[in-house]
Design a protein around this ligand. Sequence first.
Ligand code: ZN
Length: 218
Amino acid sequence: MGIDPGHNGGNFTNSAIINKIIWNGRADESCDTTGTATAGGYTEAQFNFSVAAYLRADLIAAGAHVVMTRDSNGGVGPCVTTRAQILNDAHANVAIDIHADGGPATGRGFTVLEPVADAANDKVIASSKAFGVDVRDAMLAYTTMPPSTYYGASGVVERNDLAGLNLTTVPKILVECGNMPNATDARMLTSPAFQQQVARAFTAAIVAFLTGRPIARG
Ligand code: ZN
């Protein structure tokens, strides 16, 4: 199982490293970014890592072998290309990139980002889309975060401009778990209880994807 908690806490102070240009499979992209934050200053990097830590614990308790792309929230990077490579090299049977969005402050909700075929990822498009639907359904079953009101359709959108999706050779989606600039979403995203709900939703989605059984209710 692969978990990629987006960004990193040290990215804020290392722009020379994270602004380095990499090839994302279709176009140039920066190595990484700082990610967004709530109006109160709670960083997306922290949110992503907190959910990842809960998810890792849940998956290990369920008997899974887990590979993460970073082990703390105090480092820099790695580049998005390296994150993809780590999970490819691990031959993860499924992987998830954890993020939260920096959308318009009036907008709410989560979005599942799915890959678009580009040769490198051709073999995992159908499986990634199936997993994406499982994640969307599990978010609805396990949390009270609504599908995005400003992005995608019914909580899902395709993206062809992200290294993590363009370069993946394992089934993978990226989740924007909520919209950090929105006050209602921010209250949820900063709550450990919500972060644990999201981890349980992802675990349920992973189990459903790997077993072919419907999402277990939260
Ligand atoms: Zn992000």
